[in-house]
Ligand binder design. Structure first.
Ligand code: NI
Length: 170
């Protein structure tokens, strides 16, 4: 089992658009397996490659935290095809510890991506699953969940995070 270090807020890799994956090799397969182990160990229900210091377009999602095989998604070059409705719920991120804020997300989404065998996948998701996919696809685009908040709220959180970084709590 290999657990990778989770990159925290303040690192430039988290605000950079990740590279598209052009072919699936052993390196990508290994990265995916390590990301799954890291996500489960955290524990978290979603993880993106930039969060483990790789600026590449790969995400893992598992609402069951390893309990149910069918709940695990590994997606290469994920993108949002369609979205519908709105739902507000508290959200957090493994890269931004201790911060939880309400974020508006689509109620239902259609996601496109490629699996580890190179096969195109179309996934329809609702509620929490839709939220996690949106959150992780945002990471691929260099966007964090706090970027969805009002400027006032975002600035307050940034101040708090800055203090945490200064005290080496982050
Ligand atoms: Ni996150």
């Amino acid at each position: 089992m290999s657990i990778l270090e989770i990159i925290k807020y303040g690192s430039p890799i988290l605000t950079k658009k990740a590279e598209t994956i052009k072919y699936i090799d052993k390196d990508i397969e290994d990265l995916a397996q390590k990301m799954i182990q890291t996500m489960w160990a955290a524990p978290g229900i979603g993880l993106s490659a930039p969060q483990v210091n790789r600026s590449t377009s790969l995400i893992t999602v598992d609402l069951s935290l390893g309990e149910n095989k069918n709940d695990l998604f590994i997606l290469i070059n994920p993108e949002l095809l369609n979205k519908e409705g709105e739902i507000i719920q508290e959200e957090s991120c493994l890269s931004i510890p201790e911060i939880q804020e309400k974020v508006i997300r689509p109620f239902r989404v259609v996601i496109k991506g490629i699996d580890l065998r190179g096969k195109e996948k179309i996934i329809e998701a609702e509620e929490i699953l839709a939220r996690v996919f949106c959150h992780e696809i945002d990471h691929i685009n260099g966007k964090l969940f706090i970027d969805h908040l009002s400027l006032l709220k975002k600035n307050l959180i940034k101040k708090k995070l800055k203090k945490m970084i200064e005290k080496r709590e982050l």
